[in-house]
Design a protein around this ligand. Structure first.
Ligand code: URA
Length: 226
């Protein structure tokens, strides 16, 4: 989905266009736009929910407590944040860290779609419910989406719990580290292996007109870590 019928040539051009964005009221309450960071040609893109207080101050995603855990998770599979791309569904902080509203997600959606198109990642890892629902075009909850692999527009999509969940409930920590090991296995696949894993998939929801097909892949071994 292009932004107002326009396709951008680079992330920088898109970022400049967004600098003055006031499509939704968050544009008036934010301190900084939190566009995204990392390698503009990354094979792996993370999508979170929305900036929190620290992200709003610094203009960078995942720089607070959840971000520290994300850095640890990345390190556990031998990656640094400059080797991946990190963005959010919303680019501006919802006041008091409340959940994003459907209207805010709808206004911000073309920007994230354009980021995905420009970066063209092989794998997308969604963090938490809002990003999973956005990418997989479903209203299913994160607990039912997690633990499976999906294919959308030729990309592999792996829904993961939001790192903030482990800050409130330490039981999620181990699940997150295990899901990152699965993520590493997904990243290591050749395009042929990736296509094969999803050849037998079934559609998550019937695709709406013009929307991509979202397929849940058959991946028993991948999700069976010892
Ligand atoms: N949580 C998110 O979803 N995104 C951030 O950038 C920070 C915390």
């Amino acid at each position: 989905m292009a932004v107002g019928g326009r396709e951008f040539r680079s992330l920088d051009e898109l970022r400049r266009y967004m600098a003055e964005c006031d499509r939704c009221p968050l544009g008036c309450t934010r301190r900084n736009l939190v566009f995204g960071v990392g390698d503009p040609h990354a094979e792996l893109m993370f999508i979170g929910e929305a900036p929190g207080e620290r992200e709003d101050v610094l203009g960078e995603p995942f720089v607070g407590a959840a971000g520290k855990l994300l850095d640890e998770l990345l390190a556990s599979i031998g990656l640094r944040r400059d080797q991946v791309y990190i963005a959010n569904v919303l680019k501006c902080r919802p006041p008091g860290n409340r959940d994003p509203l459907p209207t805010e997600i709808a206004e911000c959606a073309p920007f994230l779609d354009e980021q995905i198109r420009l970066i063209d990642p092989k794998v997308i890892a969604t963090l938490g419910k809002f990003a999973a629902q956005f990418v997989l075009k479903t209203s299913r909850g994160i607990t039912s989406l997690r633990g499976k692999l999906y294919r959308v527009d030729g990309r592999q999509v792996i829904p993961i719990f939001h790192p903030a969940a482990a800050l409130h409930n330490p039981g999620y920590r181990q699940v997150l580290f295990e899901d990152f090991r699965r993520l590493r296995a997904v990243l290591a696949r050749t395009p042929e292996q990736a296509a094969e894993a999803c050849a037998e998939g079934r559609e998550v929801e019937p695709a709406r007109e013009g929307a991509p097909r979202v397929v849940e892949c058959e991946t028993p071994r991948l999700f069976d870590l010892e």
